[in-house]
Design a protein around this ligand. Sequence first.
Ligand code: AMP
Ligand code: MG
Length: 269
Amino acid sequence: MSKQPLIPPIGHKVRLKDYDPGYTGDFRHKEDVQAQLAKDLARLDELQEVFYADGRRALLIILQGIDTGGKDGTIEHVFSGVNPQGVQVTAFKKPTSEELAHDFLWRVHRNVPPKGFIGIFNRSHYEDVLVVRVHDLVPRKVWKERYDQINQFEAMLAANDVTILKFFLYISKAEQKKRFEARLKDPKKQWKFAMGDLDERQRWDDYMAAFEDMLTKCNTEYAPWHIVPANHKWYRNYIVTQTVISTLERMNLKYPQPAEGIENVVIPD
Ligand code: AMP
Ligand code: MG
């Protein structure tokens, strides 16, 4: 298997058939990354602390993927070690009537993290060119305009100290079948299964076409898409963790200067 790029080349059409959802890079087994992943999770905790103290930027992490793609599992594993006070998770559901009465970015913008915080979006404004497109919830002419609107919105955030990382968790149709079957069998997971999920699965090809357009049209220097091969959960967690770490490391984070005269402070008895 040849090397697979994590970020597709910007400005080129993404064809998902060129990507293998079962890809695991140089690794074969979970054991090959386990020790590194444990170290990475500890490193992420350290970085998050200095990121918060530094307070110059916000980090927005966007997770998209088909049902059972692993959005919840990624959040649970990758951020298991970080201080919950520094992280905000937002799950975007079917819009409420109040949300529908506004433009599609309204509910999104209010949940963008402030400086010093890591914000994680479990689904996002991309639903407005995914489920909305697949189900014709708005006319074609309306969703077609949204790719540009999303790019402009993300460019505005990036110009205002928000670093944006977008992950598309890519699983195969066969892997989704396995995961739904596991959900149906496990009493602790049955609640996650909705009857409507089967109808969505029937639209697999429409979803893949919508994902391809999202990955093609909204892949930018300032907010790149990462196509994460996600059939293997251990590889998915490893890649997302590594990407978040290297993004934080590039920020050259620093603890703020201590107050002047701190060296002379004596704490009274
Ligand atoms: P879940 O992530 O399983 O809790 O499901 C959330 C549901 O909300 C999914 O079926 C999404 O497709 C749906 N959803 C999220 N955003 C939108 C949107 N903008 N329009 C319509 N449905 C949405
Ligand atoms: Mg669901």
